[in-house]
Design a protein around this ligand. Structure first.
Ligand code: GDP
Ligand code: MG
Length: 452
């Protein structure tokens, strides 16, 4: 899978102290093949790889992240970017009703989406109306009525009777004219105070001119606030051509990826935004009405990388890790002048990273620090502060001189046990060792190990 391929690409960087151009080229090559095999459109892959390479080459040596983590971060950022960056939410009309039109091939998931949107909008306090403007297939109207009923929302349909009391206006229009049905539905929504209208439209199995014209006519007649192009994420490489055809024939304001639950490769998701310039707004992940959500580019990127927890850690590490401070500490360690005051600073940085035991749960393969950090908690920081405050300046600068009688005195002074003082001194020497390792380019303690 794309996930596995990307992870194996990153594994090649494991243990590297510094990234050479050759390393970057090698990892870029692997990512490129992985994306192409996942059916991501060629021009999208090309741009993606160029950006990753450029950023990796330009990356400064980081104290917080090792090279593999840096590349993961860059790839993640680029994934978020090509998926659209920010989450794009529905733009509601200032004067209701907000009109949302659905377009896409037959079987893409439009009718199901209408039900999902209805349910979702209703849960947010809206009063949606679904409109059956797919009059191509005999059972299309029935299908919309069924999902409307499941969602508990009104369905506007021509003649054969409306669920939830909506009327078909004059009642004289032909059952065969979807443009008219859509137009009447908007008028009816205004009258009956439905603030959102979701128009389900007909699709064909393949792109055809008649279908495009019908959708364009519905668009023209109803002036929707949003036109959502629904695309089956499983169609792979065909996604691009289909999306381009609808962009040209109907135009749309946003994309809905359906059947993401069946899409192991992620190609459509990664291509469609770049190719169309339109944001992905929702994702459907199953047939049931609640299997649907607002699309978040960052969450999709972590799903693709399958390293969500590691990314969280990397981001947190970057946030709390002050590079200058770390460089100073490393220098002091090297020069033998790493003190308890420096140690306290490091502990405080670590405590900012949140609950250590929880973080440990996220990170596979870091057993070496487990014992040391597993019991770490906020209270320890206060205790450490108290103990260090009870030390003389010379003890703080040179903990080696802290013998048995000094330990007893420090414990009394800080209201702690001699065992606490012992533990602190032990931890200090362990931390000094850790700092030495970091000075050699390992990254944040406990983050030197690659996931996998
Ligand atoms: P339409 O022709 O565009 O209206 O597509 P439908 O809404 O009728 O959906 C076509 C088929 O895909 C139906 O069997 C749906 O149950 C199924 N479907 C729709 N969305 C999803 C989804 O997100 N995941 C899965 N697995 N199936 C879906
Ligand atoms: Mg349908």
């Amino acid at each position: 899978s794309l996930q596995d391929r990307l992870q194996s690409a990153f594994k090649g960087l494991r243990g590297k102290g510094k990234l050479s151009d050759a390393d970057i080229d090698a990892v870029a090559r692997e990512i490129r093949v992985a994306l192409l095999d996942a059916d991501v459109a060629v021009p999208v892959v090309r741009e993606f790889i160029a950006n990753v390479k450029e950023r990796a080459r330009g990356a400064e040596v980081s104290q917080a992240l090792n090279p593999a983590q840096q590349v993961i971060k860059i790839v993640n950022d680029e994934l978020v970017r090509i998926l659209g960056g920010e989450t794009r939410r529905i733009r509601f009309a200032k004067n209701p009703p907000t009109v949302i039109m659905l377009a896409g091939l037959q079987g893409a998931g439009k009718t199901t989406l209408a039900g999902k949107l209805g349910r979702w909008l209703k849960a947010q306090g809206h009063s949606p109306m679904l409109v059956a403007a797919d009059l191509q297939r005999p059972n299309a109207v029935t299908q919309l009525k069924v999902v409307g009923e499941q969602a508990g929302v009104t369905v506007f349909a021509p003649e054969a009777g409306n669920v939830g009391g909506a009327q078909t206006g004059s009642g004289t229009q032909s059952i065969g004219d979807p443009v008219r049905v859509a137009r009447d539905a908007v008028a009816e929504a205004k009258r009956s105070l439905h603030d959102v209208v979701v128009i389900d439209t007909a699709g064909r199995l393949a792109i055809d001119a008649e279908l495009m014209k019908q959708a364009a006519d519905i668009r023209e007649a109803t002036q929707p606030d949003e036109v959502l192009f629904v695309i089956d994420a499983m169609i792979g490489q065909d996604a691009v051509g289909t999306a381009e055809a609808f962009l040209e024939g109907v135009d749309f304001t946003g994309v809905v990826l359906s059947k993401l639950d069946g899409d192991a490769r992620g190609g459509a998701a990664l291509s469609v935004r770049s190719v169309t310039g339109r944001p992905i707004m929702f994702a459907s992940t199953g047939e049931k009405l609640d299997e649907f959500d607002v699309f978040h580019p960052d969450r999709m990127a972590s799903r693709i990388l399958d390293m969500g927890d590691v990314m969280t850690l990397i981001e947190q590490a970057e946030k709390v890790f002050d590079a200058d401070q770390a460089a100073q500490a490393a220098e002091k360690v090297a020069g033998g002048s790493f003190t308890l005051a420096d140690f306290l600073q490091q502990m405080e940085a670590l405590s900012k990273m949140g609950s250590m035991s929880k973080m440990l749960g996220m990170l596979p393969g870091m057993g070496q620090f487990k014992d040391q950090l597993a019991n770490f908690d906020e209270k320890d920081i206060d205790k450490i502060k108290a103990i260090i405050r009870s030390m003389t300046p010379s003890e703080r600068d040179n903990p080696k001189i802290i013998d048995g009688s000094r330990r007893a005195r420090i414990a009394r002074g800080s209201g702690t046990q001699v065992s606490d003082v012992n533990q602190l001194v032990t931890r200090f020497f362990e931390a000094a060792k850790m700092m030495q390792r970091m000075a050699k380019g390992g990254g944040v303690p406990g983050m030197g190990a690659m996931p996998g």
